[in-house]
Write a protein that binds this ligand. Structure first.
Ligand SMILES: C[S@@+](CC[C@H](N)C(=O)[O-])C[C@H]1O[C@@H](n2cnc3c(N)ncnc32)[C@H](O)[C@@H]1O
Length: 203
């Protein structure tokens, strides 16, 4: 009974969020599990199987993928199956949402050393994007899930890529709000994939 009431409440909140920040529904045509993956329980797990679908659907070149928010490397390794180069930018200190920890940049460089096409950069996204005019094929934003940080980082990402993707649109309404506003500001389309905590796609 209590569970039913909570479900009704969650559904109505979800309905209101989707009405306020509308998106196009992303339907996957073909799932493909990439061969090389890290085996740990990242919240990103599941999304590796739609990378190929995204690339073909939006005709994304596969030269260079940039990621803000690499943490222990799950998504970076997933992207490395498809892109010639992957650059992962992270402070490597954690944050208030994922949990703060001692800096583990050196350890992560060692752990990901066998993926030769992944380069890790220890930097706050703000320093990385300052005066940076480089363009990327795909940019993945998965930093702290506040509106302001996602909007600031994501606006730059949408303006410097063919396609920008944002994790946690379903678990953090602030991320969905940021995606909606970035799409409005850049005149791009906002698709949402509602599985695995949600993926906002701006093309
Ligand atoms: C949710 S985790 C990323 C998860 C990862 N994509 C995966 O595949 O499991 C968020 C990461 O964003 C990083 N982060 C948070 N704020 C940041 C900022 N301002 N600049 C760079 N990295 C940041 C944190 O250190 C943390 O490692």
């Amino acid at each position: 009974m209590e569970k039913d009431i909570l479900n009704i409440y969650y559904k109505s909140v979800e309905y209101k969020i989707n009405k306020r920040y509308p998106s196009l529904r992303y339907e996957v045509e073909q799932l493909e599990l990439p061969p090389s993956l890290l085996q740990y329980d990242s919240y990103w797990r599941g999304l590796e199987s739609i990378i190929h679908d995204l690339i073909t659907r939006f005709d994304i070149p596969v030269e260079h993928c940039l990621e803000f928010g690499t943490e222990y490397g799950y998504s970076a390794v997933a992207f490395s199956n498809y892109f010639r180069k992957v650059t992962g930018v992270d402070t490597f200190d954690g944050d208030d949402h994922t949990g703060k920890h001692a800096n583990n940049y050196e350890e992560m460089v060692q752990r990901l050393a066998r993926w030769k096409n992944i380069k890790l950069v220890k930097s706050d996204y703000r320093d990385f994007i300052e005066n940076n005019h480089q363009h990327y094929d795909l940019i993945h934003v998965d930093i702290i899930h506040t509106f302001s940080e996602t909007y600031n980082c994501g606006l730059w990402a949408a303006e410097h890529s063919k396609c920008a993707i944002f994790h946690d649109t379903e678990s953090y309404p602030e991320v969905k709000k940021a995606c909606y506003q970035i799409a409005c500001a850049t005149n791009k389309l906002f698709y949402n994939y509602d599985k695995f905590f949600g993926l906002g796609i701006i093309v």
